[in-house]
Design a protein around this ligand. Structure first.
Ligand SMILES: C[S@@+](CC[C@H](N)C(=O)[O-])C[C@H]1O[C@@H](n2cnc3c(N)ncnc32)[C@H](O)[C@@H]1O
Length: 297
């Protein structure tokens, strides 16, 4: 089989903080982030060095404690704070919350994808249909919709869907053509393939493990082959891009690149690598995810 992309290098996509998001410091297994007005401490096993500015950490409003895989974790509140608040990324607005999860409603390192998609959708011929699988709180959906795409946003969690649609409203984009689908991402993609529906843009942010709307188990390594096959069938002939992001899996960006290549076939070009952010105190770099982006050229 002809390979399209002659992949020989791994790219470090370094994502800078912005007005409402700063990775202030890292070390001793944790990060200190400023998200909007609040400073949060979260566990980060990669931070194997010492904190650079220990005094800064005393200003934290809350700290996430992970107990175990089985029992999850909890937040310790250190200073008064609202449990929900809003931040902006450029023209997009997002509601955040500290609740049951260590996640607060945004993966800031994905800002690189939002910018990349926005540029591509703006330049692309319309109508431009984008499918966002495992869409979570919807920043990719918001970015694409604001650039003029018709977006289908799929997530198995009704809670995530209502959060994402709230973010669309907050961003002043409620009139944009966005379909919200509560379904298993794989089942939905397979159904779209059977119906013959096609998309010019695909965004996939599969977790390592997850649950479909009817309790289907999502396991990255077991289910990706089927998802790749379904995505290959729903990628339009005039498709413009695919973005795949993968967190916390034992693989490399070489593997995610080949997943994207299996969807797109031997055309266009792929960039693959790691999404990284530097802390602002010592400049230590943390790798947040593997990513691969295909474009038609
Ligand atoms: C954005 S993904 C992954 C998040 C992050 N990148 C990570 O790995 O921790 C998380 C989202 O996928 C959704 N999800 C999990 N399993 C799913 C499934 N089988 N089908 C559709 N959505 C699913 C969850 O509800 C959640 O909103």
């Amino acid at each position: 089989m002809k390979k399209s992309n002659n992949l020989t290098s791994i790219h470090l996509e370094e994502v800078a903080g912005w007005a409402d998001y700063h990775l202030l410091d890292s070390g001793e297994g944790k990060t200190l982030e400023k998200i909007g007005p609040y400073l949060l401490i979260r566990p980060e096993a990669q931070a194997i060095w010492q904190k650079s500015k220990p005094e800064l950490w005393k200003q934290a409003h809350a700290m996430r404690i992970e107990e175990s895989k089985e029992y999850g974790g909890h937040w310790n509140f250190l200073k008064p704070m609202d449990k929900t608040w809003q931040i902006a990324y450029k023209d997009l607005r997002c509601q955040l919350k500290v609740a049951t999860s260590r996640h607060v409603g945004i993966f800031p390192e994905q800002a690189a994808h939002w910018d990349w998609m926005t540029t591509r959708v703006k330049k692309a011929r319309k109508p431009f249909k984008m499918l966002n699988l495992f869409g979570y709180t919807g920043l990719a959906t918001l970015a694409a919709a604001s650039a003029g795409a018709e977006v289908t946003h799929v997530d198995s969690s009704k809670h995530a869907l209502s959060w994402a649609s709230y973010n669309l409203k907050l961003s002043g984009l409620a009139d944009r053509p966005v379909r919200w689908i509560a379904d298993d991402a794989l089942k939905f993609a397979q159904r779209e393939a059977r119906r013959g529906n096609k998309y010019q843009g695909l965004v996939l942010d599969p977790p390592k493990f997850g649950r479909g709307a009817d309790g289907q188990v999502w396991d990255f390594f077991k289910k990706m082959p089927e998802l790749i096959d379904a995505c290959r069938q729903i990628l339009a002939d005039d498709a413009d891009f695919i973005v795949l992001t993968a967190y916390a899996i034992s693989a490399s960006a070489v593997i995610t690149a080949q997943a994207v290549e299996a969807i797109a076939g031997a055309r266009g070009s792929i960039e693959t690598g790691e999404l990284v952010m530097r802390d602002e105190s010592a400049g230590h770099m943390l790798s947040h995810a593997l990513y691969s982006r295909w474009k038609a050229d």
